[in-house]
Design a binder for this molecule. Structure first.
Ligand code: UDP
Length: 311
């Protein structure tokens, strides 16, 4: 029987790729978004597709979706540091009230619920690489606290609905992901560097560039999330690419790929910027049979045309 899914934040970067993934798997998709940081253009090409429906709505208010639902994927949230610094209250609300509403709907519909959580739950980690049993090192009152604590609350709420209401739940902890449909101006490191390199402007490395991140291409991430959704795993699961780079190395890679002669300049490191980040993906390998397939150079090459068309 055809399944039916609700994707909150469905017009965002990850949400829109998930809409495509589920439609391709013969699932009907209700894409819900208030277009605060999402963009209707990300899903415009899906409007003619059978089984696709778009609803403009804020998930922090009461949500009503007519008809049955088998899956609810809760991806609504500002997700870049610049976005959640500019939208701190909305970020807290969508992680808390929005997660509560989406879980209530899952309970009502008997749907399986998947929460988009984040490596930010590990904060500025004291354990490296990060595996799911690490509880994190988060500053609740710093500028990133609005995102980190909202997602930690969302995880707690999700586990409570699983334990006390018997809702089937999945939690994915998403590490840095990149690919087409990231917003050029969202301030994240990849759009920032690609935009700068393509315009011939200096690449702005924050701090001394020795902090590390591990970058996953969006197709790999979406495949991992789809597998998790279909699995029986109801504890948090890391999905990300364990290839780890310093931000300075990353700037050099992006500059080279763009064939740019931009210089690299150094700016102040944002408050509480994690010094290291790399997922331990042993669990995803073991439980989901998943590991990323696209390496950084290949993924950057597949991302470049999208930004070239927009700069
Ligand atoms: N960063 C940078 N220059 C930029 C934007 C980001 O050096 O123009 C750094 C940022 O300080 C962080 C890393 O790149 O160390 C990744 O930043 P991003 O905002 O993409 O996400 P985060 O991993 O911090 O959530």
């Amino acid at each position: 029987m055809t399944k039916r899914a609700l994707i909150t934040g469905g017009a965002g970067f990850l949400g829109s790729h998930l809409c495509e993934k589920l439609l391709a798997a013969d699932c009907e998709v209700v894409c819900m978004d208030n277009l605060l940081t999402g963009n209707i253009e990300n899903v415009a090409h899906l409007f003619g597709e059978k089984g696709f429906k778009f609803v403009r709505q804020d998930v922090t208010e009461y949500i009503h979706v007519p008809g049955p639902l088998d899956y609810i994927l809760h991806f609504a949230s500002p997700a870049s540091p610049i976005d959640y610094l500019e939208l701190p209250i909305q970020t807290l609300k969508v992680g808390s009230l929005g997660t509560h509403k989406a879980l209530g709907l899952a309970k009502e519909k008997g749907a399986r619920f998947l929460l988009a959580s984040t490596s930010e739950v590990y904060g500025d980690p004291l354990v490296h690489p990060q595996s799911e049993d690490y509880w994190g090192n988060v500053n609740p009152v710093g500028p990133r606290g609005v995102y980190d604590e909202a997602k930690r609350f969302a995880e707690a709420m999700t586990m409570a609905y699983q334990r006390y209401h018997g809702v089937e739940t999945r939690i994915v902890r998403i590490f840095n992901t990149y690919g087409p449909r990231m917003r050029l101006e969202d301030g994240r490191v990849l759009p920032a560097f690609m935009g700068q390199a393509l315009r011939g402007e200096p690449l702005t490395v924050f701090g001394d560039g020795s902090q590390t991140r591990s970058f996953c291409f969006v197709d790999d991430l979406v495949d991992g999330i789809h597998r998790l959704l279909l699995s029986d795993e109801n504890e948090p699961t890391n999905i990300g690419n364990p290839g780890e780079f310093t931000i300075l190395q990353f700037a050099e890679r992006v500059r080279e790929l763009c064939g740019s002669r931009s210089e690299i300049i150094f700016k102040d490191l944002p408050v509480d910027d994690p010094k290291v980040r790399r997922p331990n993906i042993d669990k995803a390998k073991r439980v989901l049979g998943w590991e990323p397939k696209v390496d950084l150079d290949a993924g950057l090459a597949r991302t470049l045309p999208y930004f070239q068309a927009r700069v």
